[in-house]
Design a protein around this ligand. Sequence first.
Ligand code: MOS
Length: 755
Amino acid sequence: MPEITLAQAAPHIRHGSNIGQPLTRRDGVLKVTGGARYAADHHPAGTLYAVLAVSSVARGRVTFLDVPAAKGHPGVVDVMTPANRPPLAEDPDAKTNPFMFRLDLLQNDQVRYANQPIAVVIAETLEAATEGAVLLSPQYEAQSPRVGLDASESFVPTAVGVGNPARVRRGDVEAALAMASRRIDATYETPAQYHNAMEPHAIVAAWDGDTLSIDTPSQGLALAQGRIAGLFGISPEKIHIRSPFLGGGFGSKGMISGPQVLGIMAARLVGRPVKLVLRREQMYGPVGHRAPTRQTIRIGTDRDGRLTAIDHHVKTASSTFDDFFEPAADASHTLYASPAIATSHEVVRIDTGTPMFMRAPGEATGSIALESAIDEMAQACGMDPLAFRLKNYAEVEPISGKPFSSKALRECYAQGAERFGWSRRPLAARQMRDEAGFLVGWGMGTATFPALMLEAQARAVMRSDGSGLMETGAHDMGQGASTALAQIAADGLGLELEEVEFRTGTSDLPDAGIAGGSAHTATTGTAIHNAGAGVIAKLAGLATNDERSPLFGAGNAGVIARGGRLFRRDDESRSESYADILDRAGLTEIEARGKSAADPAAQSTYAMHAHGAVFAEIKVDPDLGQMRVTRIVGAFAAGRIINPRLVRSQLFGGMIWGVSFALHEHAVMDRRSGRTVNANLAEYHVPVNADVPSLEALMIDEHDPHVNALGIKGVGEIGITGSAGAVANAVWHATGIRVRRFPIRIDDLVTPASD
Ligand code: MOS
């Protein structure tokens, strides 16, 4: 593995030494030894197994279920169908906000997509429940499914993503295109993709009266708690959710899914704890996916290769009963400066489960098309793709006109290109071969992702024994949140990591918001930081107002906290331990709460994004068309880096998703049945170790004081943006063939190149 160059933020002076340290995951040993208990590992006494029966048709009605046969099977305890399912306090089809997804909870006999749950069999053993589900032998009144982007009338949605406008316009794109010296007009297609978290959606649910205890993976504990409370008509405090470990989520565990709620309903029906785990193929329907897109991009430049127009139009799909629309054109709001920009979305409704947030929703999908189009335009202008981008990257966010850290983006281009050796790249395609005769291509892409701030809370405690406690219901999906956030906690309290008890991962703790939008560290980290600062301020108040303290009279602004002590800022020889301060005040502990939220003043003044530049090398067999990505260098500017080891791992993950988007992932739909034919990890391709190239992630030093108090931007999703386009552009550079339908396949390359 090549060495990794790390550009670190300047040391953070005020508290401790824990921010910026490349610590290993605190739960790493638990995970590699099997000590980490995931949701389905729990097994309260008397637990029954629930297995979903799901629809094999995509549209129609269930006309028959052989419930007596299933119930008669040895070990089967009950079968839950629309006829006997427990009543709910809320219609599963009600929707009062964009984060409230409509659920299939056996409310009627309708089938809206393949793999929709139609019954739940509950049994003493997993085998009996599985067999019972088969014995249901459902019959349907089926209609032919609407499949694909031309299946029905399209319309313009009222919003895309979560509330973004479907059409955005700046300047006169048509006039600019008409006047342009050069124009590109190309259509790109991306397929449906599925999250495929390693850990399937699973739940162990136990009722005790109207108190509900559940183990289930969640990216948003308070959201899940609120949704369940509404559905069952109980107060959120009665619901205790534990989710200390997730085996991945990628957006699919952001909102509680229908199958998870069915597990809770099954437990209510039988009056015993119930465990329900989705089978791999059952994750292709009721738990979200990334919708397919067809994207038309028209861009124009003047004589000097300067962009004059970008028009990005997206056609995508949602389900027939709910409204998530992949905001794929929004990528064009941010990346390139053009006096005229128009983005628009149109959508169709098809017989599919509702799409959902998935790994950079919008940015990933839109950027592979936009980066391909930019590359085509550079080629048309006879310019090097990096030189073209350096001429056209945005200095301010083009669509809003607000400034952002374009200097950091320039550094990403410069350092990434240098590290990769980009200056040796021949301009034309099909110019490089390796010693084995493989065609070699180099491509690049620009990365961007918004730096979001959501809302979160934390509670900090300092105890008279000198130890600290930090509580927040944060979510560790494998990304390392429980390590990075603990580092912020230790830093905020002026203690070493081992001196802080960090409690996280349950709904009984302060609401940590959602681990989504790449905003968890920024959001929850800020709440933690503020809670720590609150405790330190209280300690400082006690000491500086007490004439027995060496800090007497220093004033709140006059102390610093470090190593379990407060120091006078102007005279560090005068200090006092937290324990002594609390002792003298007669307190066993002191607590403070911290919050975080977006700062409206900063938000209205600045555009907030992380940036990056990705450079990829691919080798292509000239006869067989086989592709192998051999090297990727990504340079990313994402504000303050809390833990470079974990961040590097996040960026690598994103870059591998990029390879996956460009070359692997494709949910293949059977047009007759409306079912995904490769609904498993054998045939739904994702990169395995042999597909993952040498990766380097450069972290570009960036101080952005506007995003939040610690200057943190997200790193969870930016790695995929830019990377997918870089791989696609490398394929062109290797072969001279421009493939605009993703993933790029061998058969796209085996036809002779046109040159
Ligand atoms: Mo992410 S798609 O916001 O989990």
